[in-house]
Design a binder for this molecule. Structure first.
Ligand SMILES: *Cc1c(COP(=O)(O)O)cnc(C)c1O
Length: 290
């Protein structure tokens, strides 16, 4: 893969932010690559390096039918010369994410929810004797992924009062937090889990932290659960895209940006605060959802 990336920081102008005297910026990780999108690019960077170093030639990974990680892995594997297989949770369905993953030469193996639960077992049963197969967990969750995400902080030219990111597994949030700690910044990290009842994410994030660090979880912006939406969220996303020229996805970044606007309205920030929102990509997930 080419490790030179383009992820500019853009200011988001809105009358609400002017009224509250805060400034809001967005780190455009969605511009890194159309398919190896956003945080998935950062998460795969050191995983692919580890696979190469260990002499592996076949990436085996896992995800739900709407997983951005599957598409990212399919495309990254195609660019780097790995074979690529994914176990997909649930019955055989088709959607744009899966079609594009196949287009990038990924073999999709649909497995029932029960068998999907034990990923290590699935891997061992199917590829246990294949020394060149490399296990990548669901969503790419790993220490390597957290290390890649920490680099986002190295790229910042200014210090922000608050950074906001969306969470699925929490690996990205942990990586960003490690970056904040490494640079000894005063920045407060906030994360918006997109799953219902996601307080478990606190422990998940803890697994990947290099040193203990504080962060704020916003548990009330899941809109009913993973990949669930409602008309309010969709009309918010449309209004945001219409006024900024920036698309959001309904699974992660739509909920994330909604949360920031809602918290600004509720005066959660001080006058003069600078907020950075991480646009973690995932826009292919829009197709077939709107
Ligand atoms: C996968 C994904 C996330 C969640 O990342 P985690 O590291 O699993 O928390 C956030 N945003 C987008 C767009 C994603 O595709």
């Amino acid at each position: 893969m080419d490790f030179n990336i383009y992820s500019p920081v853009e200011e988001i102008h809105h009358p609400l932010f002017a009224e509250k005297h805060i400034s809001v910026f967005m780190k455009r990780d969605d511009m890194i690559h159309p398919f190896i999108s956003g945080n998935k690019w950062r998460k795969l960077k050191y995983l692919l390096e580890a696979a190469k170093t260990q002499g592996k030639d076949h990436l085996v990974t896992f995800g739900g039918a709407w997983s951005n990680h599957l598409l990212a892995t399919a495309c990254a594997a195609a660019k780097s010369g790995f074979k690529r297989t994914a176990f997909v949770r649930g019955e055989n369905v088709s959607n744009p994410l899966l079609s594009l993953s196949r287009m990038f030469g990924m073999e999709l193996r649909f497995v029932d929810r029960e068998s999907y639960r034990d990923k290590q077992k699935l891997f061992a049963e199917n590829y246990g004797n294949d020394l060149r197969a490399f296990f990548i967990d669901e969503g790419g969750a790993s220490d390597e992924a957290a290390k890649g995400c920490a680099e986002l902080i190295d790229e910042l030219e200014e210090e922000y009062s608050h950074i906001f990111c969306a969470s699925g597994t929490g690996t990205t949030a942990a990586g960003i937090l490690n970056g904040i700690t490494n640079h000894r910044l005063q920045t407060q990290l906030h994360t918006v889990p997109v799953l219902k009842n996601a307080s478990f994410i606190e422990e998940e994030i803890g697994k990947y932290l290099l040193r203990p660090a504080k962060f704020i979880l916003h548990l009330d912006y899941h809109f009913g659960g993973y990949a669930k939406t409602n008309p309010e969220l969709l009309s918010f996303m449309q209004a945001f895209s219409s006024s900024t020229g920036i698309l959001l996805d309904p699974v992660y970044t739509g909920k994330l940006v909604y949360a920031v606007f809602d918290l600004v309205k509720k005066d959660a920030f001080k006058s003069g605060d600078k907020i950075l929102i991480i646009h973690s990509g995932g826009l292919v997930g829009l197709l077939g959802k709107i």
